[in-house]
Ligand binder design. Structure first.
Ligand code: MSP
Length: 642
C-alpha cells in the first residue's frame, strides 16, 4: 500500500542577531500546535525550524561582541534550541544554514538555475538595507532611508558585479497560480497584497554579494557569496533531503504549510520563493500562512523593545505571581498568544490581557471544572470516577466542539478551535450549576450523582484533548488529576468518542489547581488610627466595596496541626476556592457539606497555617462561632449578597 505523504510544516528560520522573543515564538508555537494536531490525527509529521545565519548583520553582530561568526552563531542557535525546548516545541529537525548540507543544497539550486539561464551575471547598482537584508531601488526609498516601516534605517549604496535571478520571467505564472489556488496564501486578503506587488512588474532579483568570508560561495565564482534570502528559502528543501537524498525529498516535498510573519510574505515567500520553485520545476507548498505582528504601542515587539518580551520572562512573571509550575506558565503563554487574536491580525500585547485570559478562561472555566468535580468524586466515590451515563446534551455539546475544533485547527484558526472548546466548557459549568451534585449527594440520589460526576469528568477529558495542541503540558497535568496517563495515546477521532479512554474507575489525584489565578495587585493602605472609641459609620459606597457571595461547601478538610481550623472547598459558580474557617470545634464536616454560606469574596488572600485562604465565611459570635450565616433557600453559587 502506498504510504501517505507525511505532513510537512515549517517555521521561518530565524536570524541569529537576536534571541527568541514573543514575535518569533508566536510563529513557532503556531507551527507546533499544527504539528501536534496533525500527529493527533494519526499522520506522520515532519516539523522543521532553524536559524538563518548568512546575513551581513550577523557578521556585524559577532564583531560587535568581539566573537568569531562561528562562536556567535553557535551560541545563538543554542539559545533558540533551548527556548524552543522549554516551550515544548516538538520540531523534528533544526536546520542551520551554515551547515554543509545546506551549502550543498544552495550550490545545487544555483547550478541548476544558472544552467537553464535563470541565473545570469550582471552588475548591481542600487541600495541595500543591511538590517532588512533587502536590495532597494532609488525609487523605493523613503527620504533616502529604508522604506520598510519597521526599519527606516540608512541604506548603503552598492555597485558590484553580481548574479541575478530571472524572477521577471515567472511573475505572470506566479500571479496566475495564486489566483487559481485560493488558500495557497492565507489569510485571503494577504493574497491580494502579493498579487498587487507582482502585478506592478516583478523585477529580477540580485542574488549575490561580494564574498566577505561568510556565506555560501557562488559555485565556480567564489568571489561572490549567495544573497542571504536566496539561500534562506532553500532551507525548506535542504531539511527534507535535497539534493543528497532525493528519495526522501520526494516523499516530503511539497511542504503542507510554511508559517511566516506578514513582513516576509510579499517580497519573499509569496513571490520570490514560488518563482524559484517554478524555475526548479518543483511543486509549490500547499499553503503559506502569514500572521500579524505582536505590538507594543505602535511598534513591533522585538528584543530591543524592553519589558517582558520573551516567553521565558513572561512565564517567570506568571510563576512569581501565582506559584504555578513553569511548564504550565509557558503553556499559558502559548494559549494566550494563540487565543487572543485571530491568526493574521496584528495585536497589542498587554499584561492585563494575559491576566484576563489566565483568570477567566484558564482558572475559572477550565481549571475550575476539574476543581469542582474532583473533591466530590473523592468524597462520594472514594476518589474513583463513578460508572455513570454521559448526559445527552453534554454528549452533543462535546461532539459539536470536537468537530468544530478539528475543522478550525485544519484551517489554522487556533482562536476558533479554542472558542469551540470553551463553548463546551461553558455547557459543562452550567450543567454543574443546575444539577447541583452537592445537593444530589445530600439527598442520597447516588445514581444521579454518579451520572453527573461521570459526565463532568468525561467532558474534562475531552476538553483536555481539544486544548492539547496548544497546551500540551497543562493538558497532561489535568489528565493526571483525572486519573489518566498524562500522555495522550491514540488518535483524535478515537479519543474524542465518548467513553473512549474508559475513565470510569480511574483514581483521581487532586493536587494544587493547575491554573492558579493572578490576584489583582491590591494597594496596601496603612490603617489610620481611630480617633473615636465609637464604631464609625460607613457610607453605602464603602459598604458596597465588600463583595459578599453565596458559596456552596464542596469539601471540608482539617488543617494539620490546627484543631480549630477547617480548609473548606467552596463553589462560587464560576470558580472554586479554598477558605480557612475557625469553626472546627463547633461544626462537624457533615453539618457544613452542601450548605450555602456567605463568603467575603474580595478579601485579600492570607496564608493561615500554610493554607492560602481566599476569602472568609461569615459566622455569628464574638470569640467563638455560635452560628453560621446560611442562605435559607437554594440559590446558584456565586449569587451576590446585597
Ligand atoms: N530570517 C528571516 C526568515 C527567513 S525564512 C526562509 C527572518 N527572520 S526573523 O528572525 O527576523 O523573523 C522571523 C519571523 O518572526 C518573521 O516571520 C517575523 O514576522 C516574525 N516576527 C518577528 N517579530 C514579530 C512580532 N513582534 N510579532 C509577530 N511576529 C514577528 O525574517
Amino acid at each position: 500500500m502506498a504510504q501517505s505523504k507525511p505532513y510537512y510544516v515549517t517555521t521561518p528560520i530565524y536570524y541569529v542577531n537576536a534571541r527568541p522573543h514573543i514575535g518569533t515564538a508566536y510563529t513557532t508555537i503556531a507551527a507546533d500546535a499544527v504539528a501536534r494536531f496533525q500527529r493527533l490525527l494519526g499522520r506522520e509529521v515532519f516539523f522543521a525550524t532553524g536559524t538563518d545565519e548568512h546575513a551581513e548583520k550577523v557578521e556585524r553582530a559577532a564583531a560587535e561582541r568581539g566573537l568569531s561568526v562561528k562562536e556567535h552563531t553557535d551560541e545563538m542557535a543554542d539559545a533558540y534550541r533551548e527556548a524552543w525546548a522549554r516551550l515544548g516545541i516538538t520540531y523534528d529537525d533544526f536546520i542551520r544554514t551554515s551547515e554543509p548540507r545546506h551549502h550543498r543544497a544552495t550550490e545545487e539550486v544555483f547550478r541548476r538555475l544558472r544552467a537553464r539561464g535563470d541565473i545570469y551575471k550582471g552588475e548591481y547598482e542600487g541600495w541595500y538595507c543591511v538590517s532588512c537584508a533587502t536590495y532597494w531601488l532609488e525609487s523605493d526609498l523613503n527620504d533616502g532611508r529604508c522604506p520598510n516601516p519597521e526599519c527606516g534605517r540608512p541604506v548603503e549604496r552598492r555597485r558590484q558585479p553580481a548574479y541575478f535571478f530571472r524572477a521577471s520571467a515567472y511573475g505572470e505564472r506566479v500571479a496566475e497560480y495564486i489566483e487559481s489556488h485560493p488558500g495557497f496564501i492565507r489569510p485571503e486578503f494577504r493574497a491580494n497584497e502579493v498579487l498587487s506587488f507582482i502585478r506592478q512588474g516583478m523585477r529580477d532579483v540580485c542574488i549575490s554579494r561580494p564574498n566577505s568570508g561568510w556565506g555560501v560561495p557562488v559555485p565556480d565564482d567564489p568571489e561572490h557569496v549567495v544573497y542571504v534570502w536566496f539561500d534562506a528559502l532553500i532551507n525548506y528543501l535542504t531539511v527534507v533531503g535535497f539534493p543528497d537524498d532525493m528519495e526522501r525529498f520526494e516523499r516530503y516535498w511539497p511542504a503542507d504549510v510554511h508559517f511566516i510573519g506578514k513582513d516576509i510574505l510579499t517580497r519573499f515567500h509569496g513571490s520570490l520563493w514560488p518563482a524559484m520553485l517554478m524555475a526548479l520545476e518543483l511543486p509549490l507548498p500547499r499553503a503559506i500562512v502569514a500572521h500579524g505582528f505582536w505590538l507594543m504601542g505602535k511598534s513591533k515587539i522585538s528584543k530591543s523593545a524592553g519589558g517582558l518580551v520573551t516567553p521565558d520572562e513572561l512565564a517567570a512573571h506568571l510563576c512569581q505571581q501565582t506559584g504555578m509550575a513553569e511548564p504550565v506558565a509557558l503553556d499559558v503563554v502559548r494559549y494566550f498568544l494563540l487565543r487572543e487574536t485571530p491568526f493574521g491580525q496584528d495585536c497589542n500585547f498587554s499584561e492585563e490581557a494575559l491576566r484576563g485570559r489566565l483568570n477567566a478562561d484558564l482558572a475559572n472555566d477550565l481549571g475550575n471544572l476539574v476543581n469542582r468535580s474532583l473533591p466530590l468524586i473523592e468524597r462520594h466515590f472514594q476518589g474513583q470516577v463513578p460508572q455513570g451515563t454521559l448526559d445527552g446534551e453534554l454528549a452533543q455539546a462535546a461532539e459539536r466542539a470536537a468537530s468544530a475544533a478539528r475543522e478550525r485547527y485544519e484551517q489554522f484558526d487556533f482562536r476558533g478551535a479554542l472558542e469551540a472548546t470553551w463553548e463546551l466548557l461553558g455547557s459543562a459549568n452550567k450543567f454543574i450549576d443546575y444539577t447541583a451534585p452537592w445537593q444530589l449527594a445530600k439527598e442520597g440520589r447516588r445514581e444521579e450523582l454518579a451520572d453527573a460526576l461521570f459526565s463532568v469528568a468525561e467532558v474534562c477529558r475531552i476538553a483536555c484533548l481539544l486544548v492539547y495542541p496548544v497546551m500540551p503540558h497543562a493538558a497532561g497535568e489535568l489528565r493526571r488529576q483525572l486519573g489518566l496517563p498524562p500522555r495522550v495515546k491514540g488518535t483524535w477521532d478515537e479519543l474524542c468518542a465518548p467513553g473512549a479512554e474508559g475513565l470510569a474507575g480511574a483514581s483521581v489525584r487532586r493536587g494544587r489547581p493547575v491554573f492558579p489565578r493572578i490576584e489583582r495587585p491590591v494597594a496596601v493602605k496603612e490603617e489610620e488610627p481611630m480617633e473615636q472609641a465609637q464604631q464609625p459609620l460607613i457610607s453605602i459606597d464603602e459598604f458596597s466595596k465588600i463583595d459578599l457571595r453565596a458559596c456552596t461547601v464542596l469539601a471540608v478538610d482539617k488543617v494539620p496541626g490546627a484543631d480549630k481550623l477547617y480548609a473548606l472547598t467552596v463553589d462560587l459558580g464560576t470558580e472554586q476556592r479554598t477558605v480557612v474557617a475557625g469553626v472546627a470545634e463547633e461544626f462537624s464536616p457533615e453539618e457544613l457539606l452542601g450548605k450555602t454560606l456567605v463568603l467575603v469574596a474580595n478579601l485579600k488572600p492570607a496564608k493561615i497555617r500554610g493554607v492560602t485562604s481566599q476569602g472568609m465565611i461569615l459566622a455569628v459570635g464574638e470569640d467563638k462561632p455560635l452560628g453560621l450565616v446560611v442562605v435559607d433557600r437554594p440559590v446558584p453559587p456565586g449569587s451576590k449578597v446585597r
